[in-house]
Design a protein around this ligand. Structure first.
Ligand code: 2P0
Length: 351
């Protein structure tokens, strides 16, 4: 992330643009979920959400402005990006160009270490890294709040990956003008006193999902009779979560996260047609988490738009939790993550 700076508008001076920049960002896992947009174009959510940025699976993105190019050129993990992925990145770059007042096309090279499209938040790290690298490449000096707003336009959850540790993404004012909604919807850090958390990640299936989270949340908002009750209860969950983080109460943090995630999946199961990301392996991990709790270990599950499970626990218990989870899904991959850093520019790559 660049230096804190109050300026949030473009400086449309071509000489300010760096020829080439690189940035790194990490995925985040929501403990209070983002599920449902009230504005699809601006990516404004119905509810606030709260997450922990991880110290695993970074995305590194390089952006080079090319005065000769007629189109953006995007490479994802060494392969030319196509279809919806290419369209979303190009639309995002167009937004940055409008902010910068520059026309130049970009060559983007992005590398994920997280399986893409498997509900492990590759779009969060991806668009957070792209926001930081592209803003610098086009010479726009943005503070962290403005970078969060910008990252949000690529993918909602990316607004949170701009920050390290815990972050809350404000939905912004409802019923306001589009400009006011945009201005009010950004993430900011949340302090968590005295907890030393780990997330044990059970990758039970790293393949791409059948229904994108974007489509799934749209369908849920449009058709699920459980959506509005969940959104209302999520407001209470967020208030409870902030209080639990403030007093360093890991058990309460975990309980609130688990109920919020299960509620989100209930909204999808009630959508028409239903969206079901949870698989038998997911349920096996959920059972192992219940058993851990019966055995006196503070362990709590959360799931996103996929079958993989993330288990929140104390760092001191992470090894035991990982063993239990491995026992539940012998064919899966289990790894332990901790709180990670915010998105940042790799200064050495600027030229
Ligand atoms: C979250 N998820 O809060 C929730 C929980 C998945 C389940 O944010 O449409 O890729 O690009 O704004 O950010 C996944 O949604 O969706 C997500 P878009 P995004 O982490």
């Amino acid at each position: 992330m660049r230096r804190e700076h109050p300026t949030t508008v473009a400086r449309p001076l071509e000489q300010d643009a760096a020829n080439s920049t690189a940035a790194v960002a990490h995925p985040n896992i929501a403990l209070i979920k983002y599920w449902g947009k009230r504005d699809e174009r601006l990516i404004l959510p119905w509810t606030d959400s709260l997450s922990m940025t991880l110290d695993v699976f970074p995305t590194t993105t390089r952006v080079r402005l090319d005065p000769e190019a007629a189109q953006d050129e995007v490479t994802l993990n060494g392969e030319p990006a196509a279809g919806e992925v290419a369209r979303r990145i190009t639309a995002f770059l167009q937004l940055v160009r409008e902010m910068a007042g520059l026309d130049r096309r970009a060559v983007v090279d992005t590398r994920n270490t997280v399986p893409t499209g498997a509900g492990l938040a590759s779009s969060a790290s991806g668009f957070a890294a792209l926001a930081v690298a592209a803003a610098a490449a086009y010479g726009i000096d943005l503070d962290a709040t403005a970078l969060s707003r910008l990252a949000r336009r690529g993918s909602g959850s990316a607004s949170r990956s701009v920050f390290g540790g815990f972050a809350v993404w404000h939905a912004g004012p409802e019923g306001a003008t589009a400009a006011q909604g945009d201005l009010g919807s950004y993430a900011e850090p949340v302090s968590a006193a005295g907890i030393d958390p780990a997330l044990v990640i059970a990758v039970v299936n790293a393949g791409p999902k059948a229904v994108s989270s974007r489509e799934a949340m749209r369908r849920t908002v449009d058709t699920s009779p459980l959506y509005r009750p969940w959104a209302a209860s999520s407001k209470d969950d967020l208030a409870d979560m902030r209080a639990a983080l403030g007093r360093g109460d890991l058990e309460a943090v975990g309980e609130i996260a688990e109920r919020n995630a299960l509620g989100m999946h209930a909204t999808m199961l009630a959508a028409r047609p239903a969206v079901r990301y949870l698989s038998p392996a997911t349920v096996a991990v959920l059972d192992s988490v219940l058993q851990l709790r019966r055995d006196g270990v503070a362990a709590y599950a959360t799931m996103d738009a996929g079958p993989n499970v993330k288990v929140l626990c104390r760092r001191a218990d992470a090894r035991r939790v990982a063993e239990a989870v491995r026992g539940a899904v012998p064919d899966g991959t289990v790894l332990v993550a901790g709180p990670g850093p915010g998105a940042r520019l790799l200064n050495e790559d600027r030229c």
